[in-house]
Design a protein around this ligand. Structure first.
Ligand code: B12
Length: 318
Protein backbone atom coordinates (compact mmCIF):
# COMPACT_ATOMS: atom_id res chain seq x y z
CA UNK A 1 0.00 0.00 0.00
CA UNK A 2 2.87 2.32 0.86
CA UNK A 3 4.22 2.26 -2.69
CA UNK A 4 0.92 3.41 -4.16
CA UNK A 5 0.11 6.18 -1.72
CA UNK A 6 3.39 7.54 -0.36
CA UNK A 7 4.00 10.28 -2.95
CA UNK A 8 0.68 12.05 -2.80
CA UNK A 9 0.01 14.98 -0.51
CA UNK A 10 -3.13 16.92 0.32
CA UNK A 11 -3.87 20.45 1.43
CA UNK A 12 -5.51 21.02 4.80
CA UNK A 13 -8.94 21.46 3.26
CA UNK A 14 -8.56 18.37 1.06
CA UNK A 15 -7.60 16.31 4.12
CA UNK A 16 -10.53 17.82 6.03
CA UNK A 17 -12.92 16.89 3.25
CA UNK A 18 -11.60 13.34 3.15
CA UNK A 19 -11.90 12.96 6.92
CA UNK A 20 -15.30 14.65 7.03
CA UNK A 21 -14.21 17.36 9.48
CA UNK A 22 -13.70 21.13 9.43
CA UNK A 23 -10.23 22.33 8.26
CA UNK A 24 -9.67 23.86 11.69
CA UNK A 25 -9.91 20.36 13.20
CA UNK A 26 -7.18 19.14 10.82
CA UNK A 27 -5.04 22.13 11.83
CA UNK A 28 -5.57 21.27 15.48
CA UNK A 29 -4.56 17.65 14.89
CA UNK A 30 -1.44 18.64 12.95
CA UNK A 31 -0.45 21.29 15.53
CA UNK A 32 -0.74 18.62 18.22
CA UNK A 33 1.38 16.26 16.05
CA UNK A 34 -1.41 13.72 16.07
CA UNK A 35 -1.55 13.93 12.30
CA UNK A 36 1.74 14.07 10.38
CA UNK A 37 2.21 17.12 8.17
CA UNK A 38 4.90 19.23 6.53
CA UNK A 39 5.03 22.93 5.73
CA UNK A 40 5.70 24.19 2.20
CA UNK A 41 8.13 27.08 1.65
CA UNK A 42 5.11 29.36 1.59
CA UNK A 43 4.11 28.13 5.06
CA UNK A 44 1.15 25.99 3.98
CA UNK A 45 0.56 22.61 5.55
CA UNK A 46 0.69 19.54 3.39
CA UNK A 47 -0.38 16.11 4.50
CA UNK A 48 0.63 12.84 2.92
CA UNK A 49 -2.37 10.82 1.79
CA UNK A 50 -0.70 7.79 3.37
CA UNK A 51 -0.66 9.50 6.79
CA UNK A 52 -4.20 10.79 6.49
CA UNK A 53 -5.50 7.32 5.61
CA UNK A 54 -3.47 5.74 8.42
CA UNK A 55 -4.84 8.33 10.86
CA UNK A 56 -8.41 7.66 9.65
CA UNK A 57 -7.87 3.91 10.11
CA UNK A 58 -6.53 4.37 13.66
CA UNK A 59 -9.41 6.63 14.66
CA UNK A 60 -12.09 4.53 12.97
CA UNK A 61 -12.97 7.36 10.59
CA UNK A 62 -14.55 5.96 7.39
CA UNK A 63 -13.30 7.61 4.19
CA UNK A 64 -14.66 6.98 0.71
CA UNK A 65 -11.17 5.83 -0.32
CA UNK A 66 -10.87 2.97 2.18
CA UNK A 67 -12.72 0.35 0.07
CA UNK A 68 -10.31 0.98 -2.83
CA UNK A 69 -7.15 -0.15 -1.02
CA UNK A 70 -4.46 -0.38 -2.45
CA UNK A 71 -5.58 2.08 -5.17
CA UNK A 72 -6.56 4.97 -2.87
CA UNK A 73 -4.22 7.48 -4.51
CA UNK A 74 -5.39 6.55 -8.01
CA UNK A 75 -9.01 7.00 -6.96
CA UNK A 76 -8.27 10.25 -5.14
CA UNK A 77 -6.58 11.71 -8.23
CA UNK A 78 -9.33 10.46 -10.53
CA UNK A 79 -12.05 11.97 -8.33
CA UNK A 80 -10.12 15.24 -8.08
CA UNK A 81 -9.77 15.45 -11.88
CA UNK A 82 -13.48 14.81 -12.31
CA UNK A 83 -14.72 17.19 -9.63
CA UNK A 84 -12.26 20.05 -10.15
CA UNK A 85 -11.45 19.82 -13.84
CA UNK A 86 -14.43 17.96 -15.31
CA UNK A 87 -11.88 15.47 -16.64
CA UNK A 88 -12.85 11.79 -16.50
CA UNK A 89 -9.91 10.39 -18.47
CA UNK A 90 -8.08 9.07 -15.44
CA UNK A 91 -11.30 7.50 -14.16
CA UNK A 92 -11.93 5.75 -17.49
CA UNK A 93 -8.42 4.28 -17.63
CA UNK A 94 -8.52 3.29 -13.96
CA UNK A 95 -11.79 1.44 -14.57
CA UNK A 96 -10.41 -0.27 -17.67
CA UNK A 97 -7.34 -1.36 -15.69
CA UNK A 98 -9.56 -2.82 -12.99
CA UNK A 99 -11.60 -4.64 -15.62
CA UNK A 100 -8.48 -6.19 -17.16
CA UNK A 101 -7.09 -7.20 -13.76
CA UNK A 102 -10.41 -8.75 -12.75
CA UNK A 103 -11.72 -6.21 -10.22
CA UNK A 104 -15.18 -5.36 -11.57
CA UNK A 105 -16.57 -4.72 -8.08
CA UNK A 106 -14.23 -1.75 -7.75
CA UNK A 107 -15.83 -0.25 -10.87
CA UNK A 108 -19.25 -0.66 -9.26
CA UNK A 109 -18.01 0.89 -6.02
CA UNK A 110 -16.40 3.85 -7.82
CA UNK A 111 -19.53 4.60 -9.82
CA UNK A 112 -21.64 4.33 -6.70
CA UNK A 113 -19.37 6.81 -4.94
CA UNK A 114 -19.47 9.25 -7.85
CA UNK A 115 -23.22 8.88 -8.32
CA UNK A 116 -23.77 9.83 -4.69
CA UNK A 117 -21.50 12.89 -4.62
CA UNK A 118 -23.07 16.31 -4.33
CA UNK A 119 -20.14 18.02 -6.05
CA UNK A 120 -20.72 16.12 -9.33
CA UNK A 121 -23.88 16.16 -11.40
CA UNK A 122 -25.15 12.67 -12.08
CA UNK A 123 -25.88 13.56 -15.71
CA UNK A 124 -22.23 14.53 -16.10
CA UNK A 125 -21.15 11.18 -14.62
CA UNK A 126 -23.32 9.47 -17.27
CA UNK A 127 -21.97 11.44 -20.23
CA UNK A 128 -18.42 11.94 -18.91
CA UNK A 129 -17.67 8.55 -17.41
CA UNK A 130 -20.18 5.77 -18.13
CA UNK A 131 -20.58 6.40 -21.85
CA UNK A 132 -16.84 6.92 -22.65
CA UNK A 133 -15.85 3.98 -20.45
CA UNK A 134 -18.31 1.65 -22.18
CA UNK A 135 -17.23 3.02 -25.55
CA UNK A 136 -13.62 2.12 -24.68
CA UNK A 137 -14.79 -1.32 -23.60
CA UNK A 138 -16.57 -1.78 -26.95
CA UNK A 139 -13.49 -0.65 -28.89
CA UNK A 140 -11.16 -2.86 -26.86
CA UNK A 141 -13.45 -5.83 -27.50
CA UNK A 142 -13.59 -5.11 -31.25
CA UNK A 143 -9.81 -4.86 -31.39
CA UNK A 144 -9.40 -8.12 -29.51
CA UNK A 145 -7.92 -6.53 -26.35
CA UNK A 146 -10.93 -7.59 -24.26
CA UNK A 147 -12.88 -10.80 -24.27
CA UNK A 148 -16.66 -10.79 -24.65
CA UNK A 149 -16.92 -12.02 -21.05
CA UNK A 150 -15.03 -8.92 -19.93
CA UNK A 151 -17.41 -6.71 -21.90
CA UNK A 152 -20.32 -8.40 -20.14
CA UNK A 153 -18.56 -7.98 -16.80
CA UNK A 154 -18.12 -4.26 -17.47
CA UNK A 155 -21.81 -3.72 -18.35
CA UNK A 156 -22.86 -5.75 -15.32
CA UNK A 157 -20.58 -3.73 -13.03
CA UNK A 158 -22.25 -0.54 -14.28
CA UNK A 159 -25.76 -2.00 -14.09
CA UNK A 160 -25.20 -3.01 -10.47
CA UNK A 161 -24.03 0.47 -9.49
CA UNK A 162 -26.94 2.10 -11.32
CA UNK A 163 -29.46 -0.20 -9.65
CA UNK A 164 -28.02 0.75 -6.26
CA UNK A 165 -28.32 4.41 -7.20
CA UNK A 166 -32.04 4.13 -7.89
CA UNK A 167 -33.23 5.60 -4.68
CA UNK A 168 -36.93 6.07 -5.13
CA UNK A 169 -38.63 5.30 -1.82
CA UNK A 170 -41.72 3.11 -2.14
CA UNK A 171 -43.81 5.56 -0.16
CA UNK A 172 -43.42 8.27 -2.77
CA UNK A 173 -45.05 6.29 -5.54
CA UNK A 174 -48.07 5.11 -3.55
CA UNK A 175 -51.31 7.00 -2.91
CA UNK A 176 -50.81 10.01 -0.70
CA UNK A 177 -52.69 10.15 2.59
CA UNK A 178 -52.48 13.88 3.13
CA UNK A 179 -53.94 14.72 -0.26
CA UNK A 180 -50.65 16.00 -1.66
CA UNK A 181 -50.23 15.86 -5.43
CA UNK A 182 -48.57 12.51 -6.34
CA UNK A 183 -45.28 12.78 -8.21
CA UNK A 184 -45.59 12.74 -12.00
CA UNK A 185 -45.12 9.34 -13.61
CA UNK A 186 -42.61 8.47 -16.34
CA UNK A 187 -42.12 5.25 -18.28
CA UNK A 188 -38.53 4.44 -19.21
CA UNK A 189 -37.05 1.57 -21.18
CA UNK A 190 -35.18 0.45 -24.27
CA UNK A 191 -36.86 -0.41 -27.57
CA UNK A 192 -37.88 -3.88 -28.64
CA UNK A 193 -34.87 -5.83 -29.91
CA UNK A 194 -32.47 -3.62 -28.00
CA UNK A 195 -30.55 -5.31 -25.20
CA UNK A 196 -28.55 -2.16 -24.45
CA UNK A 197 -30.19 -0.49 -21.48
CA UNK A 198 -27.49 1.32 -19.50
CA UNK A 199 -28.63 4.60 -21.04
CA UNK A 200 -32.25 3.93 -20.01
CA UNK A 201 -31.10 3.20 -16.47
CA UNK A 202 -29.22 6.52 -16.40
CA UNK A 203 -32.42 8.29 -17.48
CA UNK A 204 -34.41 6.50 -14.78
CA UNK A 205 -32.05 7.75 -12.06
CA UNK A 206 -32.00 11.29 -13.45
CA UNK A 207 -35.80 11.42 -13.40
CA UNK A 208 -36.06 9.95 -9.91
CA UNK A 209 -33.68 12.62 -8.67
CA UNK A 210 -35.88 15.27 -10.23
CA UNK A 211 -38.88 13.98 -8.25
CA UNK A 212 -40.46 11.64 -10.79
CA UNK A 213 -42.02 8.29 -10.08
CA UNK A 214 -40.52 5.99 -12.73
CA UNK A 215 -41.87 2.71 -14.05
CA UNK A 216 -38.81 1.06 -15.55
CA UNK A 217 -39.56 -1.40 -18.35
CA UNK A 218 -35.93 -2.42 -18.97
CA UNK A 219 -34.40 -3.59 -22.27
CA UNK A 220 -36.22 -5.04 -25.28
CA UNK A 221 -39.65 -3.46 -24.70
CA UNK A 222 -42.18 -3.41 -27.58
CA UNK A 223 -43.65 -0.04 -28.54
CA UNK A 224 -47.13 -1.43 -27.87
CA UNK A 225 -46.17 -2.02 -24.23
CA UNK A 226 -45.03 1.58 -23.80
CA UNK A 227 -48.35 2.68 -25.32
CA UNK A 228 -50.46 0.35 -23.16
CA UNK A 229 -48.69 1.22 -19.94
CA UNK A 230 -48.85 4.93 -20.65
CA UNK A 231 -52.64 4.62 -20.92
CA UNK A 232 -53.05 2.24 -18.00
CA UNK A 233 -51.00 4.26 -15.54
CA UNK A 234 -51.48 7.77 -16.91
CA UNK A 235 -47.78 8.49 -17.45
CA UNK A 236 -47.03 12.07 -18.43
CA UNK A 237 -43.62 11.22 -19.90
CA UNK A 238 -42.38 8.28 -21.99
CA UNK A 239 -38.61 7.90 -22.51
CA UNK A 240 -37.29 5.32 -24.95
CA UNK A 241 -33.67 4.41 -25.61
CA UNK A 242 -32.42 3.34 -29.06
CA UNK A 243 -28.87 2.00 -29.43
CA UNK A 244 -27.03 1.06 -32.60
CA UNK A 245 -27.62 -0.90 -34.77
CA UNK A 246 -31.23 0.44 -34.61
CA UNK A 247 -32.17 2.49 -37.68
CA UNK A 248 -34.60 5.31 -38.43
CA UNK A 249 -37.22 2.81 -39.64
CA UNK A 250 -37.42 1.31 -36.17
CA UNK A 251 -37.95 4.71 -34.59
CA UNK A 252 -40.62 5.63 -37.13
CA UNK A 253 -42.44 2.37 -36.49
CA UNK A 254 -42.37 3.15 -32.78
CA UNK A 255 -43.68 6.67 -33.46
CA UNK A 256 -46.51 5.22 -35.60
CA UNK A 257 -47.58 2.80 -32.87
CA UNK A 258 -47.47 5.40 -30.11
CA UNK A 259 -49.29 7.91 -32.33
CA UNK A 260 -52.07 5.38 -33.01
CA UNK A 261 -52.60 4.88 -29.27
CA UNK A 262 -52.31 8.59 -28.38
CA UNK A 263 -55.33 10.39 -26.97
CA UNK A 264 -55.30 14.18 -26.95
CA UNK A 265 -57.36 14.24 -23.72
CA UNK A 266 -54.50 12.43 -21.94
CA UNK A 267 -51.45 14.25 -23.25
CA UNK A 268 -47.89 13.17 -22.58
CA UNK A 269 -44.36 14.00 -23.68
CA UNK A 270 -42.31 11.55 -25.70
CA UNK A 271 -38.53 11.47 -25.55
CA UNK A 272 -36.14 9.38 -27.63
CA UNK A 273 -32.48 9.04 -26.73
CA UNK A 274 -29.43 6.85 -27.09
CA UNK A 275 -26.63 6.26 -29.56
CA UNK A 276 -29.02 5.58 -32.47
CA UNK A 277 -31.72 8.15 -31.73
CA UNK A 278 -30.16 10.73 -34.07
CA UNK A 279 -31.48 8.68 -37.01
CA UNK A 280 -34.72 10.70 -36.87
CA UNK A 281 -35.19 14.46 -36.42
CA UNK A 282 -37.79 15.74 -34.01
CA UNK A 283 -38.93 18.58 -36.27
CA UNK A 284 -39.27 16.37 -39.34
CA UNK A 285 -41.84 14.01 -37.82
CA UNK A 286 -45.59 14.62 -37.84
CA UNK A 287 -46.54 13.45 -34.36
CA UNK A 288 -49.48 14.14 -32.01
CA UNK A 289 -47.60 14.14 -28.68
CA UNK A 290 -47.63 17.15 -26.35
CA UNK A 291 -43.88 17.31 -26.97
CA UNK A 292 -41.53 15.10 -28.92
CA UNK A 293 -37.85 15.50 -28.17
CA UNK A 294 -34.64 13.65 -29.01
CA UNK A 295 -31.52 13.86 -26.85
CA UNK A 296 -28.10 12.43 -27.54
CA UNK A 297 -26.94 12.64 -23.94
CA UNK A 298 -27.98 12.71 -20.32
CA UNK A 299 -26.93 16.31 -19.66
CA UNK A 300 -29.08 17.91 -22.36
CA UNK A 301 -32.00 15.75 -21.23
CA UNK A 302 -31.48 16.69 -17.56
CA UNK A 303 -31.41 20.37 -18.51
CA UNK A 304 -34.66 20.03 -20.45
CA UNK A 305 -36.46 18.08 -17.74
CA UNK A 306 -35.48 20.61 -15.10
CA UNK A 307 -36.67 23.57 -17.12
CA UNK A 308 -39.87 22.27 -18.62
CA UNK A 309 -43.01 22.89 -16.61
CA UNK A 310 -43.92 19.82 -14.58
CA UNK A 311 -47.48 19.22 -15.66
CA UNK A 312 -48.72 16.04 -14.07
CA UNK A 313 -50.97 13.80 -16.13
CA UNK A 314 -54.72 14.25 -15.79
CA UNK A 315 -54.87 10.80 -14.20
CA UNK A 316 -53.18 9.64 -11.01
CA UNK A 317 -50.95 6.59 -10.95
CA UNK A 318 -52.52 3.40 -9.62
C1 B12 B 1 -22.43 -3.01 -23.46
C2 B12 B 1 -22.75 -3.30 -24.90
C3 B12 B 1 -23.54 -4.41 -25.18
C4 B12 B 1 -24.18 -5.26 -24.08
C5 B12 B 1 -25.38 -4.50 -23.47
C6 B12 B 1 -25.56 -4.86 -22.00
C7 B12 B 1 -26.57 -4.00 -21.28
N1 B12 B 1 -27.00 -4.51 -20.13
O1 B12 B 1 -26.96 -2.92 -21.66
C8 B12 B 1 -24.57 -6.54 -24.87
C9 B12 B 1 -23.46 -7.55 -24.72
C10 B12 B 1 -25.90 -7.17 -24.51
C11 B12 B 1 -24.54 -6.04 -26.32
C12 B12 B 1 -25.11 -6.72 -27.35
C13 B12 B 1 -25.00 -6.35 -28.68
N2 B12 B 1 -24.28 -5.32 -29.17
CO1 B12 B 1 -23.49 -3.95 -28.06
N3 B12 B 1 -22.45 -2.70 -27.20
C14 B12 B 1 -22.24 -2.48 -25.94
C15 B12 B 1 -21.26 -1.29 -25.78
C16 B12 B 1 -19.89 -1.84 -25.50
C17 B12 B 1 -21.62 -0.26 -24.72
C18 B12 B 1 -23.05 0.28 -24.81
C19 B12 B 1 -23.35 1.02 -23.53
O2 B12 B 1 -23.87 0.47 -22.57
N4 B12 B 1 -22.94 2.30 -23.44
C20 B12 B 1 -23.10 3.12 -22.23
C21 B12 B 1 -24.40 3.91 -22.28
C22 B12 B 1 -24.57 4.69 -20.98
O3 B12 B 1 -24.29 4.80 -23.37
P1 B12 B 1 -25.53 5.14 -24.31
O4 B12 B 1 -26.39 3.96 -24.50
O5 B12 B 1 -25.05 5.86 -25.50
O6 B12 B 1 -26.38 6.14 -23.39
C23 B12 B 1 -26.00 7.48 -23.19
C24 B12 B 1 -26.68 8.44 -24.17
O7 B12 B 1 -26.84 7.86 -25.44
C25 B12 B 1 -27.96 8.80 -23.50
N5 B12 B 1 -29.13 7.94 -23.65
C26 B12 B 1 -29.23 6.62 -23.88
N6 B12 B 1 -30.49 6.22 -23.91
C27 B12 B 1 -31.26 7.31 -23.70
C28 B12 B 1 -32.64 7.46 -23.63
C29 B12 B 1 -33.18 8.73 -23.40
C30 B12 B 1 -34.66 8.89 -23.35
C31 B12 B 1 -32.31 9.84 -23.24
C32 B12 B 1 -32.89 11.18 -22.98
C33 B12 B 1 -30.92 9.69 -23.30
C34 B12 B 1 -30.41 8.42 -23.53
O8 B12 B 1 -27.61 8.85 -22.12
C35 B12 B 1 -26.56 7.91 -21.84
C36 B12 B 1 -25.55 8.62 -20.97
O9 B12 B 1 -24.64 9.37 -21.69
C37 B12 B 1 -21.36 -0.61 -27.19
C38 B12 B 1 -20.12 0.17 -27.60
C39 B12 B 1 -20.38 1.65 -27.73
N7 B12 B 1 -19.55 2.31 -28.46
O10 B12 B 1 -21.32 2.19 -27.22
C40 B12 B 1 -21.70 -1.82 -28.08
C41 B12 B 1 -22.46 -1.61 -29.37
C42 B12 B 1 -23.58 -0.60 -29.21
N8 B12 B 1 -23.03 -2.94 -29.61
C43 B12 B 1 -22.99 -3.30 -30.86
C44 B12 B 1 -23.49 -4.54 -31.35
C45 B12 B 1 -23.23 -4.82 -32.82
C46 B12 B 1 -24.13 -5.45 -30.53
C47 B12 B 1 -24.72 -6.80 -30.94
C48 B12 B 1 -25.46 -6.81 -32.29
C49 B12 B 1 -23.57 -7.81 -30.92
C50 B12 B 1 -23.93 -9.20 -31.40
N9 B12 B 1 -23.39 -9.52 -32.55
O11 B12 B 1 -24.64 -9.90 -30.75
C51 B12 B 1 -25.66 -7.12 -29.77
C52 B12 B 1 -27.06 -6.57 -30.01
C53 B12 B 1 -28.00 -7.05 -28.97
C54 B12 B 1 -29.34 -6.38 -29.09
N10 B12 B 1 -30.30 -7.09 -29.63
O12 B12 B 1 -29.48 -5.24 -28.71
C55 B12 B 1 -22.37 -2.23 -31.72
C56 B12 B 1 -23.33 -1.49 -32.62
C57 B12 B 1 -22.65 -1.17 -33.93
C58 B12 B 1 -23.53 -0.56 -34.94
N11 B12 B 1 -23.33 0.72 -35.20
O13 B12 B 1 -24.34 -1.21 -35.51
C59 B12 B 1 -21.58 -1.37 -30.67
C60 B12 B 1 -21.45 0.12 -31.01
C61 B12 B 1 -20.19 -2.02 -30.51
C62 B12 B 1 -19.35 -1.94 -31.78
N12 B12 B 1 -18.53 -0.94 -31.91
O14 B12 B 1 -19.42 -2.78 -32.62
N13 B12 B 1 -23.85 -4.88 -26.43
Amino acid sequence: MQAYNSELFLTTSEAAELLGVHPSTVKRWTDADELESEKTEGGHRRLYLRSVLGFAGDRGIATYLAPFEPFESHVWLAVRDAVRHDDFERMVSLSLGWLLRGYPKRITALLQELGGREDLSFARVCDGLIRPFMKEVGTAWREGRLRIGEEHMASQAIVEALIRLTTEPLARSGPSENGAEPPPLALVGAMEGDEHHLGALCVRILLEREGWNVHYLGPNTPAEEFATFQRRHGASLVCISFSPPARGAKMRRCLDILSAFYRADEPYDLVFGGGAAGAVHEDAEEVPFRTFRIFDGAESFAHWIRHRSLEPSTRTPQ
